[in-house]
Design a protein around this ligand. Structure first.
Ligand code: CO
Ligand code: CO
Length: 354
């Protein structure tokens, strides 16, 4: 069963799904250009414009490619196809379609059309990765780890965070990444207390911790890894924090297995950090799914009701952030296997002193 058939099997009979979310469109069809995807019994269509017709034909030979024309926009064209196939129920992505687009959609579609939310049906399919997806993510993780080895030999006191970021990004591209998975984070010294620090002109000094959170994109799929390294001998306090985060990361990661509650994984790391007296300093959830998007389902958070299953890809990324002092985060991307898990990032998590 291909992905489109899997989606249709989950939907009520004689119902269409109209996809606006580029990640869902890519997942179902391989198409990366602008436009919409229409999927229904008897319909597999990319609805686009002149600029993308040829690319769409190449990227998704199993789909019909329809180009908009004067007076017939994307949604009207979808409406024509649905009418031709006698389908009058349309599921749409209510987290993506704006209020204005919804009003336009109601006007452009045939009068008897009814609309209902798709309720993240495609996102749910995306949580379980197949062989091909796993291969792309593993490749992205390999590039990320190779770039880490390179950067460890490159960082010196006197460099700015921005220099480190540019070098990491360049290295990943050189190693074959199509792009960054997201904007690379480099946080040095006291900036380490900002979980999502933007790399700036701060000059790295001896005794600093430098946290690098970054990833590569390969064949449309992301990797996500964080390592914190020391530039010169760190203080006792920083070492202590590092060891707590490492312990929390390893305990939570080694608990990963199919059938486990995502919320319990979060609790393992959170309890260790709280017991060490830093409970207030770990203000984000433990991890998230990774795939076409850098943040996907399932979430390893205290509020999650998700259960881990084989083929899930999740990050395990506890951290401790102390304003004025700095911080530590250690993150691996892992795949859930039939009997446990496998870490896809091979870079050592032991404290590196550069
Ligand atoms: Co990350
Ligand atoms: Co992450």
């Amino acid at each position: 069963m291909d992905r489109t058939e899997k989606l249709l099997a989950k939907l009520p009979e004689n119902t269409a799904a109209l996809l606006h979310n580029p990640s869902n469109i890519f997942y179902l069809s391989g198409y990366t250009g602008e436009g919409l995807l229409l999927v229904a019994p008897g319909i597999k269509a990319v609805i686009t414009d002149f600029r993308y017709v040829e690319a769409a034909q190449k990227q998704c030979p199993a789909f019909e490619i329809h180009s908009i024309r004067a007076g017939v926009g994307h949604v009207k064209l979808a409406g024509e196809l649905l009418e031709k196939h006698g389908i009058n129920k349309l599921l749409y992505e209510d987290n993506i379609v704006t209020v204005r687009a919804m009003r336009d959609m109601e006007k452009a579609m045939p009068e008897n059309m009814t609309f209902e939310p798709l309720n993240f049906a495609v996102e749910a399919l995306r949580t379980v990765k197949d062989e091909e997806e796993l291969k792309a993510i593993q490749h992205a993780c390999d590039i990320t780890c190779q770039a880490f080895e390179y950067i460890c030999g490159y960082i010196k006191p006197g460099m700015t965070e921005r220099q480190v970021q540019l070098t990491l990004d360049y290295k990943m591209l050189e190693l074959g990444a199509q792009d960054m998975a997201f904007s690379t984070i480099v946080a040095s010294g006291e900036n380490g207390s900002l979980p999502h620090a933007v790399p700036g002109e701060r000059v790295i000094q001896k005794g600093d911790f430098v946290t690098m959170d970054y990833g590569a994109k390969v064949d449309g799929y992301c990797s996500d890894m964080t390592r914190t390294v020391a530039v010169g001998e760190p203080s006792q306090k920083l070492r202590e924090i590092y060891n707590i985060v490492l312990h929390a990361q390893e305990e939570a990661q080694s608990a990963l297995a199919p059938g486990k509650n995502c919320a319990d994984m979060d609790k393992i790391a959170r309890d260790i950090i709280a017991a060490a007296g830093y409970g207030e300093c770990f203000g984000h959830s433990l991890g998230h799914g990774v795939g076409i998007d850098i943040h996907e389902e399932p979430r390893l958070s205290s509020r999650s009701t998700d259960i881990l299953a084989p083929g899930h890809i999740v990050t395990v990324e506890p951290g401790i952030y102390v304003p004025g002092l700095g911080g530590v985060r250690i993150e691996n991307t892992c795949v859930i296997t039939e009997d446990g898990y496998k870490a896809l990032c091979s870079a050592s998590k032991d404290l590196r002193i550069l």
